[in-house]
Design a protein around this ligand. Structure first.
Ligand SMILES: Nc1ncnc2c1ncn2[C@@H]1O[C@H](COP(=O)(O)OS(=O)(=O)O)[C@@H](OP(=O)(O)O)[C@H]1O
Length: 424
């Protein structure tokens, strides 16, 4: 019989250790599995209920999905989300059927945990991490792609083929490792991708599909056109809009431990606005009560189950590939094999394409024969994170745990973010 998450998180061979639910969104489960899923959903509901009663956020939060729907502007959203409001994973696994207007309620706060912290190797003074592709260095930090950059991106492509709308998109998550993945995919001869983030389905939608097509590089028949804009994953309108462009669009989401992701997100903001309050201050609504501020975008983005629910109303699970941000660093070729299979590409980008750059502390693409420049990502990738109070990390881990479990259930993949915790 199939094993189902929630039940599992046993130390396994790696993400994906769980039996995936039937791809394509349809499938039957035996009674024990259903029971476990129900229990899990129920416990999420109870967690939220207790949390809101204790914290005084009140059940009103349950009735205000709008609070979580808006764009994730820091501090713009108030009100705790309710994990119990998510549909049960069983329901989520069903085929998206006819796209229905999303009717999800909000999500939640429950206290939490994690000792994130990747060991960072600072760049040695004077070391040049050169970018073979301009996009490597030009990666927008807060997705600050300008129209000018976009038109440049579109016009630097060779003058053959046609500009086409993308057949595949990297839709998230911010700070998950989306740039590293896109650059690795770009090493494939059958893929052409925009170097900048077009932000079509969130900020530029009113410009129309012709504008979007024009941003794309030219491709020959058989080549795949791609782009990455990590904010799509948390944009409520994005699933519907992408579905209306092409319902067979392939979607890729790079996910990373939400606690580490939040710290990475904060580190990025801090690099541009050194005057912002500490992570510890921003993370709480009320530190004494241990109330996490789930309306802070750095926290909210990491409630993956909540956002995924939105996508599953338009796309079957089989059309979404979840890439582990952690494994993308440890085993980029392994993750790339899955990506190439998913995109229907020959496995051309393999371990031969990567080497581990000790100074950078990350894998980099080997230099192509016609260039002397190694292809590591720029300095905005792999920043040193500030030290965060271990108690805050612990609370955040606890906060995310039920959502992570739900996410593992929905995707049928155990990303083992809880295991990292027990190893510390
Ligand atoms: N090969 C390689 N080189 C450098 N960095 C790598 C790589 N693979 C994954 N990562 C991780 O990617 C994190 C940045 O994620 P994104 O590219 O999605 O960020 S962004 O949303 O586009 O700003 C970045 O996060 P930080 O380490 O917090 O800076 C990296 O941990």
């Amino acid at each position: 019989g199939a094993r189902y998450p929630g039940a599992v998180p046993a130390p396994g061979p790696g993400p994906g250790a769980l039996s995936p639910p039937p791809r394509g969104g349809r499938g039957s489960k035996g009674p024990p599995a259903r029971k476990l899923l129900c229990m899990c959903s129920l416990s999420l509901c109870l967690t939220y209920l207790c949390y809101s009663l204790m914290g005084g956020t009140g059940p009103g939060a349950l009735r205000s999905p709008a609070g979580l729907r808006g764009s994730p502007a820091p501090g713009a959203l108030r009100g705790s989300p309710a994990p119990g409001a998510l549909r049960s994973p069983a329901a989520l696994r069903g085929s998206p059927a006819t796209p229905a207007p999303p009717t999800r309620a909000s999500n939640a706060s429950s206290p939490a945990v994690s000792a994130a912290g990747w060991l960072r190797t600072a760049l040695a003074p004077g070391e040049v991490i050169a970018a073979q592709s301009g996009a490597f260095e030009r990666d927008p930090q807060e997705s600050s792609t300008t129209d000018e950059e976009l038109s440049r991106a579109g016009s630097t492509t060779p003058d053959y083929g046609e500009k086409r709308l993308p057949q595949a998109l990297i839709i998230g998550v911010k700070k998950g490792g989306t740039r590293a993945l896109l650059e690795a995919i770009r090493a494939h001869p059958d893929v052409r991708a925009v170097g900048t983030e077009p932000h079509f389905f969130d900020r530029n939608y009113e410009k129309g599909l012709e504008w979007y097509r024009n941003v794309m590089p030219k491709t020959l028949d058989g080549q795949i056109t791609m782009e990455k804009t990590p904010s799509y994953f948390v944009t409520n309108e994005a699933p519907k809009r992408i579905h209306s462009m092409a319902k067979d669009t392939k979607l890729i989401v790079v996910v990373r431990n939400p606690v580490t992701r939040a710290i990475s997100d904060y580190t990025q903001t801090l690099s541009k606005k050194p005057e912002i309050p500490t992570f510890e201050i921003l993370a709480f609504k009320n530190r004494t009560l241990g109330l996490i501020d789930a309306s802070w975008s750095a926290i909210r983005i990491g409630i993956y189950a909540l956002h995924l629910e939105n996508w599953l109303q338009y796309f079957p699970l089989s059309q979404i590939l979840f890439v582990s941000g952690e494994r993308l660093i440890i085993d980029p070729a392994g993750e790339m094999a899955k990506v190439q299979d998913f995109l229907g590409l020959k496995r051309i980008v393999t371990e031969k394409h990567f080497y581990f750059n000790k100074t950078k502390g990350f894998p980099c693409l080997k230099k192509p024969e016609d260039s002397s420049a190694p292809r590591c990502l720029g300095k905005s990738k792999g920043r040193t994170h500030p030290q965060i109070d271990p108690d805050v990390i612990h609370r955040l881990r606890k906060f995310y745990k039920p959502f992570n479990v739900m996410f593992y259930q929905m995707t049928g993949q155990d990303f083992q973010w809880e295991q990292e915790e027990s190893e510390k």
